[in-house]
Design a protein around this ligand. Structure first.
Ligand SMILES: [Fe+2]
Length: 212
């Protein structure tokens, strides 16, 4: 039989322990996180996950601790690690802030617009030496919209084209730690680690160099 001390040590050291706030309240945001944990990588298909994200009635007070702003770059705020099956995060975009053309290596990318308005450019991912990205189309993402991408469908860039801040909710399944950034003009590709401004609402040290 496990001692009380062994149980305490287990809960204090297991990896998800820093992201357990959503088990402790009954807000609709916490319910969304719990449903995603039950669904992603289990029975969930793309449409089911999109529906869960779409059905969430965005209440800012429920996710406000995952909102941070930075004058020089959008912020990325990790909410939940989905028992290792996905990463869920907000991203907060000041006016004009942008993510360059990038891939989501091996992952499904879901984005739910929580607040504001973004513009997205969709490209084909180049395959083979010397290949360049090709613009497929642009679209405007308004509050409430949900999108899904995989690299074999499109890669993309996103920009807050409005004069107000924008907040987006992103789910990546399976999670990944580095991406590729594509230069449309030169054809150059660089590997960029994924940075987090906060994890579990705690500020993180910021790495040097180019990150996504
Ligand atoms: Fe992306």
């Amino acid at each position: 039989m496990l001692s009380v001390f062994a149980l305490l040590r287990y809960y204090a050291t297991r990896p998800a322990a820093r992201f357990l706030a959503h088990d402790m309240d009954s807000s609709s945001f916490s319910l969304l996180v719990r449903k995603l944990r039950e669904t992603v990588g289990n029975r969930g298909d793309v449409e089911e996950i999109k529906s869960l994200l779409s059905d969430y009635k965005a209440v800012r007070s429920e996710y406000s601790k995952y909102i941070t702003w930075n004058d020089s770059k959008y912020t990325r705020n990790l909410i939940d690690q989905g028992n290792g099956l996905f990463n869920l995060m907000t991203m907060c975009w000041g006016p004009g802030q942008t993510a360059p053309i990038h891939s989501h290596p091996g992952a499904n990318c879901y984005v739910r617009m929580l607040e504001g308005k973004m513009e997205e450019q969709l490209y084909t991912k180049p395959i083979g030496p010397g290949a360049r990205v090709e613009l497929q189309r642009s679209r405007v993402l308004n509050t409430g919209d949900v999108i899904h991408l995989r690299d074999d469908i499109s890669i993309h860039s996103m920009t807050n084209v409005s004069s107000q801040g924008a907040v987006t909710l992103h789910l990546y399944s399976p999670p990944y730690t580095a991406s590729e950034i594509f230069n449309e003009d030169t054809g150059d590709v660089i590997r960029a680690p994924i940075m987090y401004t906060t994890k579990g609402a705690e500020l993180q040290p910021q790495p040097e160099g180019i990150t996504l």
